[in-house]
Ligand binder design. Structure first.
Ligand SMILES: [Cu+2]
Length: 176
């Protein structure tokens, strides 16, 4: 598999981008968030970089204009793409201390994935009882809601066989 990683990455990103456009159309007006003026990723030169860094969530991050902290009764939605290249986009999510986040995780490609979130050590060890959604199949979206109490550190990961080892993980940055 290693020798196929690079071409697979390009194809996976292109497919993910196109599918994200469809997602944006489908969900762009949901949840009372401000309407998007434009897709936050690009297809032109540098598009891959822009895509990787883009906030594909439905709502502004902490520190951004319009940010509203998620609560247990009204979680903030963060959308995560799980790619065939065994990566999450974005792979860094910023939350406010104490925030409740609903992760909407889409398997953008042929592979099935899992999404686990919680304290970094437990996520790294795949500890039983750590919040997780499993068997996110091709083009399927599953949701997981989690409240980030305490200073962390927190992380998320896919523990489908071989995926974590290949680097399919992300970090949560908690801000005060
Ligand atoms: Cu995976």
């Amino acid at each position: 598999m290693t020798d196929r990683r690079l071409p697979a990455l390009g194809v996976g990103l292109a497919a993910a981008g196109m599918a994200l456009m469809a997602l944006s159309v489908a969900f762009g007006s949901g949840l009372g968030s401000p309407p998007r003026q434009a897709a936050p990723w690009g297809f032109g030169p540098g598009g891959m970089m822009g895509f990787g860094a883009a906030n594909v969530g439905a709502a502004p991050d902490p520190g951004s204009p319009g940010f509203v902290a998620g609560t247990t009764s009204a979680p903030r939605v963060v959308r995560i793409v799980a790619s065939d290249a065994l990566r999450f986009y974005p792979d860094i999510v910023t939350v406010k201390a104490g925030e409740t986040i609903t992760f909407e995780v889409t398997a953008m490609g042929m592979r099935s994935h899992e999404f686990m979130v919680g304290p970094t050590a437990e996520v790294a060890a795949d500890t039983a009882g750590t919040p997780e959604v499993a068997d996110i199949a091709m083009m399927q979206t599953k949701s997981l809601t989690y409240t980030f109490n305490g200073p962390g550190p927190f992380a998320f990961a896919c523990h489908a066989p071989g995926h974590y080892e290949a680097g399919m993980r992300g970090t949560i940055t908690v801000v005060g």
